[in-house]
Design a binder for this molecule. Sequence first.
Ligand code: ADP
Ligand code: ADP
Ligand code: MG
Length: 536
Amino acid sequence: GCGICVNKCPFDAIMIIGLPEALKEPTHRYGTNGFALFGLPVPRIGKVTGILGPNGIGKSTSVQILSGALVPNFGQGKGDWDTVLEHYSGTALHDYFKAVVDGKVKVSQKPQYVDLIPKAFKGKTSELLEKTDERGVMDELVEYLDLRGIVNRKISELSGGELQRVAIAACAAKDAQFYFFDEISPYLDIYQRINVARLVQELSKDRAVLVVEHDLAVLDMLTDVIHIAYGEPAGFGVMTLPKSVRVGINQYLKGYLPEENIRIRPEAIKFEVHPPRDDAQFKSAASFNSFSMKYGDGFSLKATGGNLRVGEVLGIVGPNGIGKSTFVKVLAGEIKPDEGDPGIEVKISYKPQYIKADTTVSVQDFLRGISKRFGSSYYEVEISNPLQLERIYDSLLTDLSGGELQRVAIAACLSQEADLYILDEPSAHLDVEQRSMVTRVINRFAENNQKTVMVVDHDIYMIDLLSQRLLVFEGKPSVYGEAHGPFSMESGMNRFLKNLGITFRRDEETKRPRVNNLDSRLDREQKESGNYYYSA
Ligand code: ADP
Ligand code: ADP
Ligand code: MG
C-alpha cells in the first residue's frame, strides 16, 4: 500500500505504476481516519463539466465544498476560507471560491434519489414548480419536459420518470450561478435522456453546470470536459484534472489514465463492431408465438412470434410505457395474454423491473437457498466478486439500497436453473463501474453456459456490449405497443434510432458509439443513407 489509505488499499491488488501527485495531500478528510477526497472538479461558466466514477467516491463531498457548505480542511482539523483561497491562488478555483466566500455563488442542485422527494414535499406538482421558478421559465420547461399532463397531480402520485423530470425542471428554473445535477437519466428512456441532456446544455450557456452521470452515451453527448473519479469507495477518492470528454471516456474504458499514470481496472472494456453472422450456424433455443394483451380499456400490446438462439443475448429497446415489461411478464408466465399464447416450452428465470424485498433474510442465506453452486469458486469468480456481493452478505434484504438490491436480484436470477433468463432493466440504480461488471457477468454467463438471455435496458452502451440481436418496441406510449424482431443489431438499431431521430457514429479508437450532433454533417449524411447506427 501507499500508506495513505486507512481502509484496504486497492493498489495492492491492481498494480500502481506511480503515485499520483494529487495523492500527497487530501483536499478534505472527514475526522482523523475518515474518507479522504483528493482533488476537486472545477466548475466553468459556459461549460457542462462531468464526473465519471463509482458511487461513494466523494462526488457529493466535492459539491458540498463547491457550494460553500463544507470548508475543505486539507487533511486535518477544521478548514477556513483564507487557507483555501491561499491554497488555490493562481488557479481557476481561487476565483471561484472567492465568489463563493463573497456570497456571489448561488447553487441549485438536483438530488440523486428523486424517490425521496415525496417524503420532503407533500403538495401538488404545480406548487413545487411555482416555488422554484425564480427565472420565470416554468411554462417553457413544463412544455419541453412534457409535464403538462401531471402538473395538477400530487407529487406523491408521480412515477419515477415523472419525478425525475419534475426535479430537473425545478433545478433548472432556479436562478443560480452553479448548477449540479446528480444524475439525469434514472427512470428515463433514451429519448427523454437526450432531451434532458439538451436542456442542461442550453442552461450552461452563461452558467456553470456540473453533472454526475452513469449512462456513458448520455455523459458523452452532454458534457464538454470530465473529471474521472477513482479510489476505494468509502475509503478515499481522487478527482483527476479535467479531460476532454472523448479522451476521458476512452481512458476510462481502457482502464488506464496516462496523465495520472494509474490503472483503474485490470482489463479494458471492449466494443466490437458486430459482424453479420451466418444464421445457419445457430442452434434454436426456443420460439414464442404471437399474442396480444390489453389492460381493461387501457394499454394494449401486440407481439409477433420469434425464435431465440442458444447462447445469445437478445436486447430489448423502446420508449417508456410501450409494453416492454408487459411483454417479458407474459413470456415469464406472470400474466396471461388475452389472445394467443407465447407457448415457450423452456424453463424461464425472470428479474422484474421493480424489485421488492419482502423477507428479512440475509443476502447470504437468500442466495444460498437459490443455488447449489453458492460458495463454489465458480460462484465467487462469475457472480459474487464481480457483483460486489460479499461485502453485503450479512445485510438483510430489507435493508439494502436500490443498487445493492439490484445486484442481489441479478445474482438471484442468474443462479436459477433455467434455459431462458430475462432481466428487466438491470442497469437501474447501478453506477458506471457496476454496469460494466454486470455487462461482463451476463455476457460470460450466456457464453459459458450456452443459455439464452433477454435484457431490457435504456443504456445504449450496455445494450451494444451485450446484445447479438434486438427486439424493438414501437407504438404510442401508454396507448399501444408492438414488439418487432428479433433483428440483427444493425437493422434493429437503425429501426430504433430512426424512430428517435438520433444517429450514432463509432469512436475510431475504442469503437464505442457516440451520439452525433443534431443536423451535423454526419447526422445528415447518415440519416440520408439510413445508417443511423454507424457500424464500420
Ligand atoms: P459520492 O457522492 O461519490 O457517492 P460522497 O461524497 O457522498 O460520495 O461520500 C464519500 C464518502 O464520504 C462516503 O464513504 C461517506 O460515508 C463519507 N462521508 C460523507 N459525508 C460524511 C460526513 N459528514 N462525515 C463523515 N464521512 C462522510
Ligand atoms: P415499459 O416497460 O415499456 O415501460 P409497461 O409494459 O410497463 O411499459 O407498461 C405499458 C403501459 O401499460 C403503460 O402505460 C402502463 O401504465 C400500463 N400498465 C402496466 N401495467 C398495468 C396494469 N397492471 N394495469 C393497467 N395498466 C398497466
Ligand atoms: Mg418497463
